[in-house]
Design a protein around this ligand. Structure first.
Ligand SMILES: [Zn+2]
Length: 474
């Protein structure tokens, strides 16, 4: 049974999808006007782990992510660069996909859907809102009439007066300053579409582009229908973006709730500030990937609960890398451990059971990755102790321990490399044999020298009850 925190109800709830075993899930994706930074990576990795765990638990998940390729930021950036907005969006979408692939996230998204493919769906939704009296025409634009939707602040829990700090779209003649654009008239040289909307029996031709918020609800209406299971995104989107999504969708369909479970991930800060273009403090994912593996990044992100914020510093990723290296080394120690008949099966069996229960409980309880990682670290410690103590393991139990470990850690996308299967070659084997002989002859000075030579090969050795065990440093 999976429990999760629902922003809509502000409670931990048991997951009960609307249609049996199937989950329709949508996560707000990238606005493709620049490269992905670590802050974006946190969101996508957090939801990737969530979708992996849902599927691992037997749910059939349709996971859609949108690509915002029609947007003010894209138009502004294209103008600066002297290229067409479409060209800029395509360039950064291609780079975004490369980064998503490199992070191991892309393959778990069922489909990426693009705003510019959904203009007819957007038009239909604006028409529905106009028919039901929630949309009004103003000087080439169309606005959502916030006063007509009393639940506007339900998701954020704020009062309209508290919203002053949030960016509102200024426009002379708006009925309420918080009214937001469903459609914006195009200025000269901007991309535009022509649609026809009927307001109170009067046909009006609109030439422009959709507002940001309606892109998502028109897309999900077209793909999932008026209501669906799970919507995710970064917590900074709760207001106004997700509040506006709810207003649009529920006003258009008359059905509540638009989304059953709203899930929000914490923000990644740097020096306690949000990563942003204007502050020039963002770190691009592709730059990090030059020095660290995607597993290092993912291990770092999963070391904090998805709902919490992270204040990023370079030492954090170094720590993650070191910890992951240690895990690989212990796995390598187990992999290379001598196989044979032993009396010590119970010890490893109970470690496996404890790990499985601990990891699963943590993930079932609001996808608590740091707690799952704690049980992983305990298991790794116990494997290490086992190897050092006994020096031999039952063949089937060895493969079972490795299998369980990889089976569960795959849900947080670590230990996906087969580098743990590294064995020693003839030279190292000879040195180890020589050291063994020196020890038998009580020539400890020579044994120590030989140990140093073995260490120089990147190999660590330990003496167990059953002879020398060894592993590589990763
Ligand atoms: Zn969105």
């Amino acid at each position: 049974m999976i429990k999760l925190f629902n922003t809509r109800t502000r409670e931990i709830e048991e997951l009960a999808p609307m249609n049996g075993n199937h989950i329709n899930m949508f996560v707000c994706g990238q606005t493709v006007y620049d490269d992905m930074h670590l802050g974006h990576a946190k969101t996508y990795v957090n939801f990737d782990v969530i979708v992996r765990w849902l599927r691992f638990s037997g749910y059939d998940v349709t996971y859609l992510q949108n690509i915002t390729d029609v947007d003010d930021k894209i138009i502004a950036r294209a103008k600066e660069s002297g290229i067409e907005p479409r060209e800029l969006a395509e360039k950064f979408e291609a780079r975004f996909m490369e980064d998503m692939e490199a992070l191991g996230v892309r393959k778990n998204v069922t489909r990426f859907i693009r705003s510019h493919d959904y203009i007819p769906a957007i038009k239909d939704q604006i028409q529905l809102l106009a028919d039901r009296g929630f949309a009004y025409f103003l000087d080439g634009d169309v606005y959502f009439d916030v006063d007509k939707f009393p639940d506007y602040t339900a998701l954020s829990g704020m009062k309209l007066g508290d919203l002053k700090n949030h960016r509102i779209e200024p426009k002379e003649g708006k009925r309420n300053p918080y009214d937001f654009a469903l459609w914006k008239a195009a200025k000269a040289g901007e991309p535009k579409w022509d649609i026809e909307i009927i307001f109170g029996g009067q046909k009006i031709m609109l030439s422009g582009r959709p507002g940001w918020h309606i892109e998502d609800t028109a897309m999900t209406y077209a793909e999932f229908g008026p209501q669906y299971d799970l919507h995710g995104g970064a917590s900074e989107l709760i207001f106004p973006h997700h509040s506006n999504e709810i207003a649009q969708a529920e006003a258009a369909s008359g059905l509540k709730p638009f989304v059953k479970y709203w899930m929000h991930s914490g923000v990644l800060f740097i020096n306690n500030q949000k990563m942003s273009k204007s502050l020039k403090n963002f770190i691009r994912v592709r730059d990090v990937l030059e020095k660290y593996s995607y597993e290092d990044i993912r291990f770092l992100i999963s070391s904090t609960h998805y709902r919490k914020s992270v204040n990023y510093e370079a030492s954090l990723i170094d720590e993650a890398k070191a910890k992951l290296g240690y895990i690989y080394s212990v796995l390598n120690m187990l992999y290379n451990l001598e196989e044979g008949i032993t009396e010590s099966n119970d010890a490893i069996n109970s470690s496996i059971e404890k790990f499985r229960a601990g990891f699963t409980d943590a993930m079932d309880n609001d996808f608590n990755t740091p707690l799952a990682i704690s049980s992983l670290m305990i298991f790794i410690g116990e494997i290490k102790d086992y190897c050092k103590r006994y020096g031999i393991i039952d063949k089937d139990l060895k493969s079972r321990a490795v299998r369980e470990l990889l089976w569960l850690t795959n849900t947080i996308a670590i230990l996906e490399s087969e580098k743990y299967k590294k064995g020693i070659d003839g030279t190292a084997r000879e040195l180890m044999q020589e050291r063994e002989n020196s020890r038998k002859n009580r020539d400890f000075i020579k044994a120590d020298e030989l140990r140093k030579r073995i260490n120089e090969l990147g190999i660590e050795i330990e003496d167990s009850a059953h002879g020398t065990i060894y592993y590589f440093r990763f």
